[in-house]
Write a protein that binds this ligand. Structure first.
Ligand SMILES: Nc1ncnc2c1ncn2[C@@H]1O[C@H](COP(=O)(O)OP(=O)(O)OP(=O)(O)O)[C@@H](O)[C@H]1O
Length: 385
């Protein structure tokens, strides 16, 4: 939908911020521009809505050169969200969000009704409508920024480090919210960040840029992590690239053991009769099946299941839904070295050892290599053919 074609931006002082950049930004997906400070991310984003004009090259929107339409028409088709939200301090939240519809000539009530609808969509309580920006937390202000950008329902959303100024927990919430909104609305989003974790989490495609405004790699996150194009990208991805990559492997294939799970009302006899399938501890659950903690079999067989004697089971992972990274994290953080899997309702679905998870990781890597070899073989066949 947006095609950046060999675009260069040279500022009047001679700085080359973007150097012959070409990118095809796919429709209805999130494309992330990531890279070190000063590599030209913001300049690229601002060239898309013509806040900055390219020195060379063209940008096409739906096949049409963006310079061929009035700049206001172009900007109306592109919501813009910046760090710290950039809200109008003297306007209420509802009126901030209603700004663009009002500019487009909507009546006050219709624009406010739309604003209220968007507040709900971005997870803002309706009671905040009449407040002013300074009466909101940083995270809430960012949500208002997103709602305001969405108000006129533009097909494109440009986001420049929108979540950088909030703490990691709020940031995670905002990222999840954005993914949910994207699922519902299917916008074409171009998102600038310098945080590779954020890029990998939300990007459908990730463009890694290097200093001097050149493209280093353009790939889906999983491919970026498995095949960094060069040393620069590899360094930028960081030392724990392998662990991050596990986020893309599902936990669905993990073999979960249910034998070491016992309910808190089990009798000593029931526990003794149990084959724990090699697990050093038993996972005790409440009567609804929700995990309470790990117990030493000796203590439990003495018929002494008391919650205060149990070791913490840590944070469980959701069987099938969560990734192998989440499963491994649970196992590593668990005092027993075993991870607890739960179902969507939080009931224990099984337990799994670090060793089993490690085997699953090796299996996933092997599958990845096989798939790659198959792709290469097809390419070779095609080339030869
Ligand atoms: N108006 C300007 N005049 C001159 N040089 C500029 C101007 N705006 C940006 N630059 C320079 O262009 C380069 C790219 O800047 P840009 O803001 O696009 O980078 P960025 O990747 O978004 O950086 P950051 O992550 O720090 O926000 C930098 O060297 C910057 O100093």
């Amino acid at each position: 939908m947006i095609r950046i074609d060999s675009v260069t931006k040279r500022y009047p002082d001679g700085t080359v911020a973007v150097d012959r950049l070409s990118l095809e930004i796919p429709d209805r997906s999130i494309t992330v521009l990531v890279g070190p400070s000063g590599c030209g991310k913001t300049t690229t984003l601002r060239m898309i809505n013509r806040m900055v004009e390219p020195s060379e090259g063209t940008i096409l929107l739906d096949g049409k050169d963006i310079t061929q339409q009035p700049v206001n028409t172009l900007r109306r088709s592109m919501g813009y969200v910046i760090q710290n939200a950039g809200l109008f301090q003297h306007r209420t939240i509802v009126d901030n969000i209603a700004t663009v519809p009002r500019m487009l000539g909507w009546g006050k009530e219709k624009a406010r009704a739309r604003a209220r609808e968007l507040m709900e969509r971005v997870g803002l309580d309706a009671t905040l409508a009449k407040r002013y920006p300074y009466q909101l937390s940083g995270g809430q202000q960012q949500r208002v920024g997103v709602a305001r950008a969405l108000a006129a329902d533009p097909p494109v959303l440009l986001m420049d480090e929108p979540f950088s100024a909030v703490d990691p927990v709020v940031r995670k919430g905002l990222q999840e919210e954005l993914l949910r909104i994207q699922d519902e609305l299917g916008k074409t989003i171009v998102f600038v960040t310098h945080d590779i974790d954020e890029a990998v989490k939300i990007g459908t495609m990730v463009a890694v840029m290097r200093t001097g405004g050149k493209l280093a790699q353009f790939a889906p996150p999983a491919e970026l992590l498995s095949h960094p194009a060069d040393e620069f990208v590899e360094d930028f991805l960081g030392a724990d690239r392998g662990i991050r990559r596990l986020s893309f492997f599902p936990s669905a294939g993990l073999e979960l053991l249910t034998a070491p799970i016992v309910a808190i009302d089990s009798t000593a006899e029931q526990i003794t009769a149990r084959d724990t399938a090699g697990a050093p501890y038993l996972l005790v659950t409440d009567l609804e099946g929700r995990p309470l903690g790990w117990g030493e079999p000796d203590r439990l067989t003495a018929g002494d299941i008391r919650a205060e004697h149990l070791l913490s089971h840590g944070r469980p992972f959701v069987a099938g839904t969560d990734s192998l990274r989440a499963a491994l994290d649970c196992a590593v953080l668990s005092p027993t070295g075993w991870a607890v899997a739960v179902d969507a309702e939080g009931r224990a679905a099984g337990v799994v050892s670090q060793q089993t998870i490690a085997e699953a990781i090796r299996g996933a890597h092997a599958e990845g290599r096989e798939a790659e070899q198959a792709t290469r073989a097809t390419q070779v066949t095609k080339a030869v053919g």
